[in-house]
Design a protein. Structure first.
Length: 200
């Protein structure tokens, strides 16, 4: 097992291409996670535009997990595990919140959103998200203090637009499933996949 210590928190690398971080439910974790994620993606020759899309989705996913823990008054560690195999990137984020629930209804995500005119579409997409977030701040911890945070709402829409595959699972009582039937939900596992070969 290798420790990568170029971020505020240690990154474990139990095998080549496999990484893990154990983070507190605090928004300061997002910056540390992004730094480690960017470093590992760069090491595996992911181009900057791919890294930017993955970073944005990963930021939203971890923000959702921090918010889920906070809303459930849980100070349990959030686990981020990712694997890079060739052109494929897979990320799992496990939290101990009450589980991700449906957000406000949003229009379907066009999976070809960033393929036709990537610069224009990406810019318009980000602008619409910023406008939404500006109207919907919430309070989350940052370095242990409460701060208004605008990065709330439409998280799953952003993640779906950036990634090739997004799955929400629930865990609890030693079980994992895509629907919390038959067990008490202790938190969520967000599974994200991205294949840079599809985004040339």
């Amino acid at each position: 097992m290798v420790l990568i210590c170029d971020t505020e928190y240690d990154v474990l690398s139990p095998s080549p291409g496999s990484y893990a971080m154990f983070l507190p439910p605090d928004m300061s974790s997002v910056k540390s996670f992004r730094s480690a994620l960017t470093h590992t993606l760069s090491q595996h020759d992911f181009p900057p535009n791919n890294i930017m899309q993955i970073e944005l989705a990963a930021d939203e996913a971890l923000t959702n997990s921090v918010a889920a823990n906070v809303s459930s008054s849980s100070d349990e560690t959030i686990i981020c595990r990712w694997r890079i195999e060739g052109s494929k990137f897979t990320l799992y984020i496990l939290d101990y919140g009450s589980g991700i629930r449906d957000e406000n209804p949003v229009e379907d995500v066009d999976k070809n959103l960033l393929k036709t005119n990537s610069t224009l579409c990406f810019s318009n997409f980000i602008d619409s998200i910023k406008n939404h977030q500006f109207k919907k701040p919430d309070t989350l911890p940052y370095n242990g203090s409460e701060h208004k945070h605008k990065n709330m709402g439409k998280g799953l829409k952003i993640i779906n637009a950036m990634m090739d595959s997004v799955k929400v699972l629930f865990h609890g009582e030693g079980m994992v499933g895509d629907a919390p039937q038959g067990f008490k939900v202790m938190g969520s596992i967000l599974a994200l996949e991205y294949d840079r070969a599809k985004h040339l």
